[in-house]
Structures are given as C-alpha cells and as structure tokens.
Design a protein around this ligand. Structure first.
Ligand SMILES: [Zn+2]
Length: 317
C-alpha cells in the first residue's frame, strides 16, 4: 500500500484527524534541539556515555575513491539527503567505578556553531570535567582535542592526557609541521596547544598499552600515524571505541576502500579499516565511532563486498 492510499484508509477509519499538522522542532539558541545529546550504555560493569559534540558536513569532495554520483547513490540508499549529510562528532565517557575516562574531547570552539556542544551536554548530565581522571585521545586532530583549548583554560583540570607516542611525536614536531601542506599546519598548532594544556600530565603509550581498569589501546594506524582505538572489556562484555575508522558511514561501510583526504597515510588507513571491520563483524564485537551518527554504537554484519551497520538500541535499564 502506498502512503497516499494508506492516508485515505486511515481517514476513513477516523484516525486521520491530525494528518497534515506539522510540528516544527523548537531549536535552542545554540542551534541544537535544546535537549542533551547524551546516551548511556552498560558494558559489563562499566557505564559508557555517548556525548555528541555536534556535526560537520563532509561531502564527496573530501573523500578519495568514490565519485560524486556514487556518493549520492550510497547516501540515498541509506535514506540520507546527500546535499545535507551531517557527519556526527562524538566523545565517550567510560566509568568503571575505579576510573573516569573520557575518550576524545570534541572540537571546542575550533569549528563554528555546529560543533562544540560536548561541554554543554556533559553539564546537562552533571558530569564535571574536573572529575575526569584520564583523557584518552584516539589521535590529535582538532575535532578530537579542540575541547581542551578554551579561553577559560583546560576544563579537564585533573586529568592525565594519554595519547600514543607516535601521534604525540608527529603532531608536536616542528620539523614535521614545516614539511606538512600549508592547510594542515594549523592542526599541528592546535595539537601542540592541547598537549601543552596538560603540562606534565601527559603520558605517551605504545602499542596495545593498558589505559586503565579494563581499558587498553588498539593501534589503528593510517588516519594518523598513531591513531588508536580504545578497547573496553568488562564482565564478559566488550566495546571497541575506534576513533576515526569511518568518516562517512553510509559510504565507507558499503565501500571500505574509500578514504578521506585527511588520512595521513591513505594505504595504511584503508588496510587498517579492512582489518578492523572484518574483526568486528567476525567477533560480533560492538563498536563505537566518533563519526558514526549519534550515539554511534552498534554491530557490523558483512553485506556484499562491504558491511551493514546495526545501531544499538536505546537501553531501558
Ligand atoms: Zn575525526
């Protein structure tokens, strides 16, 4: 039955009274829906809270390996308007009872009004940034550590910054910065400012290092040299917070070979994505992604030559 026929049937049955009434969403002054974009999940004994920082538009021109036409077709297949596709920016709070760990810190004021909502969303849930003992940065791009650099200073006043030695070395190197393309040099400046904001509370890690109770790093290099996921294991359950394995999910789940211009090493990013998608699907491992539509948790299934993402549903208790 088509919608038009259904509406006629519904009206005849006396339930179409409200048809045609449109209720416009009430937007708050900051352009958000005025409610906290935060959602809690239990992973074993741990509680993971997904926070939205906002969204940024990523179009076909930012991607490599997909035409504008293919981009549009893939987004249409996911019922998304290709012209206005928002890529979400998320951060995840992991509370284990012994530790309060924030994985990534959003953009702060770096990217305009569509972003920078992490602090407000945390405040709405009563999460005090001063109570966070560890900030793990999956990598040192501005949409992951911009929230550290504010006019009022670093809001994570008591946290230790943990980031891979490789990313730390790369993004704080004046030599590497000098050789980088002009347009990404400001990424280095922000990374250096963010690291400096932690003073001596910076710990580099190598490989699959322990990051706290039940938490360990998973090297996922390519997007940046030291890009790392965070693996949470608790009470027989697990979650891999994988950072930037995908940037435009409807495209890159279907076509994992598609990369983004910001990948420092395109081939390595592609190989890492292939490996981690296969692992997550094979092991039925739940994942969370910084750029998967909010709240960004779910499972993967193999589908054709790519994957299908099955979002985690609201958890009632
Ligand atoms: Zn990112």
């Amino acid at each position: 039955m088509k919608r038009r026929d259904f509406m006629t049937t519904a009206a005849l049955a006396g339930i179409g009274v409200a048809a045609g009434v449109r209720v416009a969403p009430v937007l708050a002054q900051d352009g958000t829906m005025g409610v906290a974009a935060a959602q809690r999940f239990s992973i074993g004994e741990a509680v993971v809270t997904a926070f939205s920082d906002g969204f940024l538009p990523i179009g076909a021109d930012a991607l490599i390996g997909v035409t504008a036409e293919e981009f549009r077709t893939l987004l249409q297949a996911a019922y998304i308007d290709a012209e206005a596709h928002p890529t979400g920016v998320n951060a995840y709070l992991v509370e284990t009872g012994d530790s309060t760990v924030l994985v990534d810190a959003g953009t702060g004021a770096v990217f305009g009004p569509g972003l920078g909502h992490l602090a407000a969303n945390m405040a709405a849930l009563g999460v005090d940034p001063g109570a966070i003992d560890t900030l793990v940065a999956t990598h040192l791009h501005p949409d992951h550590i911009g929230g550290v650099v504010t006019e009022a200073g670093n809001p994570f006043a008591n946290a230790t910054l943990k980031v891979s030695d490789t990313d730390l070395g790369f993004w704080t190197s004046e030599d590497v910065k000098a050789q980088a393309p002009e347009e990404v040099r400001q990424f280095f400046d922000l990374a250096m400012a963010a690291v400096a904001a932690f003073g001596d509370r910076v710990e580099g890690f190598t490989g699959a290092a322990a990051l706290g109770p039940g938490l360990s790093a998973m090297p996922l290099p390519g997007h940046t040299p030291g890009h790392s996921g965070v693996m949470l294991e608790s009470g027989g359950d697990a979650l891999l917070i994988w950072g930037d394995i995908v940037h435009v999910p409807p495209v890159q789940f279907a076509r994992p070979e598609v990369t983004i211009g910001f990948d420092v090493d395109q081939d390595m990013a592609r190989a890492t994505r292939a490996k981690v998608l296969d692992m997550a699907a094979t092991d039925r491992l739940r994942v969370a992604g910084m750029h998967i539509g909010f709240p960004g948790l779910g499972h993967l299934e193999k589908a054709g030559s790519g994957y299908r993402f099955v979002p985690s549903l609201w958890q009632y208790g």
